[in-house]
Ligand binder design. Structure first.
Ligand code: DAT
Ligand code: MG
Length: 135
């Protein structure tokens, strides 16, 4: 499979709850490579751009408030089929539906604070890497 890049970030809930090390360990154990990593706060502009597809949802305001509520760990991750591989490590969006053994299945309880973000396509990955790390 093709070597590709994806964008991922450990969300503010997981940073607050001291889960960064465990999540990074899971990513590294999977064979994916962390190319870049930075602790930073998501700006209002970045949050709006990252979640533009959800702007009409009732939970949108909460989602923006949550993702800007404290530092996140931003990462560029690379490897064979990195986009799909990260999505598989993360598990389903709603932790109640995420399988045991996935990051969300093991570490999150609630769709409002589901521990980690990962791009959903190679095109979105490149767009999100630019959005969060610059050109
Ligand atoms: P994912 O994060 O798995 O890519 P998404 O892009 O559909 O999922 O949604 C982005 C985030 O929005 C998700 O991580 C949590 C929040 N979200 C999605 N659906 C939700 C819902 N039904 N209720 C509350 N928050 C939701
Ligand atoms: Mg998404």
């Amino acid at each position: 499979a093709a070597i590709e890049r994806t964008y991922s970030m450990i969300k503010p809930d997981a940073v607050r709850d001291h889960k960064v090390g465990e999540i990074i360990s899971r990513i590294e154990r999977s064979g994916l490579r962390i190319e870049r990593m930075e602790l930073a706060e998501v700006t209002a502009e970045q949050a709006a751009a990252n979640y533009h597809h959800l702007a009409d949802k009732p939970f949108y305001e909460n989602l923006i408030a949550f993702i800007t509520s404290g530092p996140v760990v931003k990462m560029v991750i690379s490897g064979s089929s990195a986009v799909a591989k990260m999505r598989s490590l993360m598990g389903a969006t709603d932790p109640l539906e995420a399988s045991p053994g996935t990051i969300r299945g093991d570490m999150a309880l609630d769709v409002n604070s589901n521990v980690i973000h990962g791009s959903d396509s190679p095109e979105n990955a490149e767009r999100e890497i630019k959005l969060f790390f610059g050109a």
